[in-house]
Design a protein around this ligand. Structure first.
Ligand code: XUL
Ligand code: CO
Length: 436
């Protein structure tokens, strides 16, 4: 048993009027919202990397956090880290967690030793998951930190890196499958380029397509029932990342015939970096039929990089969960906090408080979103706006057989003279604010 969070008791729901900083004011796990409990809607997950691996360093300074398992380069420390992680999952009452291979075990001297260590930690997790009832939302491989990946993972000019990645992803998929993970994520942080001058774009895209196709084939070979998810991001660390945003990923999947096999894990901060809103990316994923899961966080709107902060805007959360609900809610996916403390937040209690706040913001957003749907608050006005398209003649323009010249002739015969109608954006914003 870890003692890292020794003084902290499991977090409970105390309601809106509570002033206890370590209590939920909105997240009431067992409360029903429509046909599901809040816990079933939100499917919260804690990420391993930001909480238990990152040491507080930034480009200008080193470690600020002092965790007892640092530097975590022995298997004993890896177990100590796991003890603290599962202690935190229990205190928060989160049902899920997520990890990269690199987060949970020190890398070995050989591929075989790295895999052995991963499997040893997976044994340790298996026992803890059985004891505490936590589940794995997704597993993934870190194919971006080590210098071997500096010029790409599957898109590397060196075929041996491609082979190394195949072995790494296979091992991580095996472990995810064994731990009954509900998804497997691929985030291509180094899949892209810094300069076209040294890059064979055509070849790299082909490599990436073949790699993903083989990942999908392997999933079926081992009988993994979870979803394969791509996590789009436009840049950082690589200048031009191939998985720029949801629409770009869809085009890539289409090209390789994988659009029915792979979905997306959409991250709030990545959406912002791509020049979109989170809700845009979620709506796009829904309409393209590839919505999978979300990485919940936020970026600092002034600094312009991926600051991975905990979410704290009820309005943003409401619009995000509105799209999640419109997509039918999560199936295998969930709400993973890909969020980290600020480097001055040193205490164990900061880790707990950050998640309590994040979970509450998401719950609050979900409640608002659910009410807006129940009341037809946005869909009603939206239907009115598009009502003209319900008419027979309007439908006929979109039907097979309609032609541009046929429609033109009709428009001219009727002497159509469309009159602009207000988009009423401010009124709609006021409606949303009423639900926050
Ligand atoms: C990086 C990022 C990753 C992925 C998993 O910006 O979001 O942590 O979520 O590799
Ligand atoms: Co992420």
């Amino acid at each position: 048993m870890s003692q890292y969070f020794a003084d902290l008791q499991p977090i409970t729901f105390e309601g809106r009027d509570s002033t206890n900083p370590l209590a939920f004011r909105h997240y009431d796990a067992t409360a029903m919202l429509g046909d599901r409990t809040m816990a079933e809607h939100l499917r919260f997950a804690v990420c391993y990397w930001h909480n238990f691996v990152w040491d507080g360093s930034d480009p200008f300074g080193g470690q600020t956090f002092d965790r007892p398992w640092f530097p975590a380069d022995t298997m004993d420390q890896a177990r100590q880290k796991a003890d603290a992680a599962f202690e935190m999952f229990r205190i928060l009452g989160v049902p899920y967690f997520c990890f990269h291979d690199h987060d949970v075990r020190p890398e070995g001297d050989t591929l075989a030793e790295s895999h052995e260590r991963l499997n040893e930690i997976a044994d340790y997790f298996e026992q803890k998951m059985e004891d505490g009832g936590q589940k794995l939302l997704w597993g993934t491989a870190n194919m971006f930190s080590n210098r071997r990946y500096m010029s790409g993972a599957a898109t590397n000019p060196d075929p041996d890196v491609f082979a190394y990645c195949a072995s790494t992803v296979k091992a991580c998929m095996d472990v995810t499958h064994r731990l009954h993970g509900e998804n497997y994520v691929l985030w291509g942080g180094r899949e892209g380029y810094e300069s076209l001058l040294n890059t064979d774009l055509d070849r790299e895209l082909e490599q990436m397509g073949r790699f993903l196709s083989m990942v999908v084939e392997y999933k079926h070979k081992i009988g993994f029932k979870g979803a394969i998810l791509i996590e789009p991001k436009p840049q950082e660390p690589t200048k031009h990342q191939y998985d720029y945003d949801v629409a770009t990923v869809y085009g890539f999947l289409k090209r390789f015939g994988l659009e029915d096999e792979v979905k997306v894990n959409v991250e709030q901060g990545h959406a912002i970096l791509a020049g979109h809103s989170f809700e845009h990316e979620l709506a796009m994923a829904r309409t393209l039929g590839i919505f999978g899961s979300i990485d919940m966080n936020r970026n600092d709107y002034q600094s312009g990089w991926d600051t991975d902060q905990f979410p704290n805007s009820p309005g943003e959360a409401a619009l995000a969960y509105y799209e999640v609900l419109r997509a039918g809610g999560f199936t295998t996916g969930g709400t993973n906090f890909d969020a980290k403390l600020r480097r001055q937040s040193l205490d164990a209690e900061d880790l707990i408080a950050a998640h309590v706040g994040g979970m509450d913001i998401c719950a609050r957003g979900l409640i608002s979103a659910h009410a807006m749907i129940e009341d037809d608050a946005l869909e009603g006005p939206r239907r009115v706006r598009y009502a003209g398209w319900e008419g027979e003649a309007a439908q006929a323009m979109l039907a097979k057989g309609a032609t541009l010249d046929g429609i033109a002739a009709d428009a001219e015969a009727r002497d159509v003279n469309p009159q602009p109608v207000s988009g009423a954006q401010e009124k709609l914003e006021n409606i949303v604010n009423r639900y926050l």
